[in-house]
Design a protein. Structure first.
Length: 229
């Protein structure tokens, strides 16, 4: 029998430390890790383990990783977000820049997603950001397309003009070259908002263009999950 813990963007040292404590309490458990661009699946085999001891250690493991967990079963991130959108009777819209439609692609791979997915926009150019989402020209001139302010206005534009109550926006630099500014490759901003509040998150990722983009997609979907949770 196996238990699953699925996480996104959990620091390696946090995961290793928590798993070491589980192994110390239950030396005979088997642990398998599968990671895909920051989306980590922890599979724990617990056959023949003293149940009370294991259950206590498992609870402590979940508590240690709680900030990064989206499921305690073997289910994908998009499927979990879909479940939660339906549960909350929420509709999501997405405005992407450097992720280039990757978030929308992940969403539409889920059967039935039309129940909760209103629209996805690939607002790659500054002109598109201004004309479709209402991002202010002065914002772009003062802060640039890759900025917290632009990510905020992108999410705000979705909420203001679309039939949604959850908005996801992304803007960043995937590389391999920068955008002509002093901003580093891997810098990204993700906007997550609802009718009450829009939050913007900044990350500095390392790796190839694909790695940065795919990791950003996972983080954006996870932050949307957390907003609904």
């Amino acid at each position: 029998m196996s238990d699953y813990i699925r996480t996104v963007a959990a620091p390696v040292e946090t995961v290793n430390g928590a798993l070491a404590k589980l192994k110390e309490a239950c030396p005979n458990v088997s642990i398998s890790l599968r990671e895909n661009f920051g989306d980590l699946v922890i599979e724990i085999g617990n056959d023949g383990i003293d149940k009370p001891t294991y259950q206590k250690a498992h609870r402590e493991l979940v508590a240690a990783l709680n900030d990064y967990i989206y499921a305690l079963e073997d289910i994908s991130l998009c499927e979990r977000l879909f479940q939660l959108l339906k549960l909350r009777k929420a509709t999501v819209s997405v405005a992407e820049s450097f992720t280039g439609g990757g978030i929308c692609k992940r969403l539409v791979e889920i059967s039935g997603i039309s129940e909760v997915f209103f629209e996805g926009l690939n607002t790659y150019s500054n002109k598109s950001k201004m004309e479709r989402l209402g991002v202010k020209e002065e914002t772009l001139k003062a802060y640039g397309a890759v900025s917290a302010q632009t990510a905020y206005e992108m999410a705000y534009g979705l909420l203001a003009t679309g039939n949604c109550n959850l908005a996801i926006s992304t803007t960043g630099i995937a590389g391999p070259k920068s955008d002509g500014t002093k901003k580093p490759v891997g810098l990204m901003y993700i906007g997550i908002g609802n009718e009450e509040h829009i939050s913007v998150y900044e990350y500095n990722l390392k790796g190839s263009r694909q790695s940065i983009t795919e990791t950003a997609i996972n983080i954006a979907l996870f932050l949307a999950f957390k907003k609904l949770k």
